[in-house]
Design a protein around this ligand. Structure first.
Ligand code: SOE
Length: 390
């Protein structure tokens, strides 16, 4: 079994999630496709980098991401930095012959996303893997939904609606991190969380052809915080701190027409008090319906038209060993997985793709297509018309 030496760039909340993922692969999936070795962690903040080395068990730390690219021992790089740096780091890593797992959205603009997809296509001819971390399509219940769609259980898809609702920035005193600044993030709720449910919608129902949207920024300025750390609303800054403008959306919703004829709606907001990581997917087909809610991620609701009329309605499938990634979902349905296991599934798929030399989803090209949908959503908000996805 091969050891894969990992370099992690960005040691905040998402860096921790990648470490949890890698570290648990051999514990949950055995035999593992490869055993990850945590070689070097990088963070622009020296204290964070040093702390991450000790806490997560890396051998080395650095504050310069180029050290990871230039280290011939490192096989694979996890990129957990703000969106504006994904392109330069990913492309440099791929050109240096390293496998890349890059956080979403793939970039803060479609031009860089295209350059990344091109670099990934080029590198794949040498067996180099590039994957964008849209993990929610890997939830076993979502994979089961895909199976029910593909085997015809719910017939032809007529309608798909997805939502991603959060509340962590609904408080106007939640500080102005990079997520509220276009130059770093590209877009707001649309790019940060809308992209996850665009990815799921395209995974289940195929490519989106055109959109008409409504995009808003309700909270137009926020207090400036010290340092660049992304606090995700957990720490409030002094209410008297200076405020600066928010130049991205905090609410985006749109109607979509899919290439296969289905219609849909997609909604993302970070202003929804009471909603935390509220990802929902509802699919209506000619023979049945499917419903998923991430806050009950071990369950899939299904309803079939062929059930006798007096028993028709949603029933709950509890995911477990009978479903995808059953090795990781413990022995008994209802024992349940959470965010850590989901990141482990993602790391497993990345390591397996490296071992098998087979490109995984979400590929950089698929992730670029998600960015193209966002571009059309923002264009439609300007033009107030239907816009084609390029
Ligand atoms: C913040 O909205 C965030 O951390 C997103 O950036 C992640 O992609 C999402 O999965 C959880 O929330």
């Amino acid at each position: 079994m091969k050891n894969i030496k990992i370099g992690l760039i960005g040691a905040g909340f998402m860096g921790k999630a990648h470490v949890v993922g890698y570290s648990n692969v051999p514990k949950l999936f055995w035999p593992a496709p490869a055993v990850p070795e945590l070689k070097t962690v990088c963070d622009i903040d020296e204290e964070t980098a040093k702390d991450a080395k000790d806490r997560f068990g890396f051998k080395e730390w650095t504050t310069d991401w180029q050290d990871i690219i230039n280290d011939p021992e490192i096989d694979a790089v996890s990129i957990c930095t703000p969106n504006d740096s994904h392109a330069k780091i990913s492309i440099a890593a791929l050109e240096a012959g390293k496998h890349v797992l890059c956080e979403k959205p793939i970039s803060n603009n479609p031009e860089d996303a295209k350059a990344m997809a091109d670099a990934a296509a080029q590198a794949s001819s040498d067996g180099i893997i590039a994957m964008c971390a849209y993990q929610y399509r890997r939830v076993p219940a979502v994979v089961q939904a895909k199976k029910l769609i593909e085997d015809g259980s719910i017939g032809d898809i007529l309608n798909i609606r997805t939502t991603y609702l959060q509340s962590w920035s609904a408080d106007p005193d939640s500080p102005l991190s990079w997520r509220f600044q276009k130059k770093y993030a590209g877009a707001g709720a649309l790019g940060d969380i809308g992209t996850h449910v665009i990815d799921i919608a395209q995974y289940l129902a195929g490519d989106i052809e055109e959109v008409v949207s409504n995009v808003r920024t309700f909270i137009k300025e926020r207090p400036v915080q010290e340092g660049g750390a992304d606090l995700l609303g957990t720490v409030k800054v002094d209410p008297d701190a200076a405020k600066e403008p928010v130049d991205v959306d905090d609410e985006a919703s749109f109607l979509a027409n899919f290439k296969n004829g289905a219609v849909g709606s997609i909604e993302a907001t970070r202003n929804a008090w009471g909603r935390n990581n509220y990802i929902t997917v509802e699919v209506h087909g000619t023979k049945g319906s499917i419903l998923f809610n991430y806050e009950r991620l071990n369950e899939l609701q299904v309803s079939f038209s062929e059930d006798p009329e007096d028993r028709r309605g949603f029933k709950t499938i509890y995911t477990g060993p009978a479903h995808s990634y059953g090795e990781v979902t413990w022995n008994i349905p209802g024992m349940n997985i959470g965010y850590g296991e989901l990141k482990t599934i993602e790391s497993y798929d990345f390591l397996k793709a490296i071992a098998d030399k087979k490109q995984p989803s979400t590929s950089f090209n698929e992730a670029y297509k998600v960015d193209q949908v966002c571009e059309a959503v923002l264009a439609s908000a300007e033009s107030r018309r239907w816009e084609k996805v390029k």
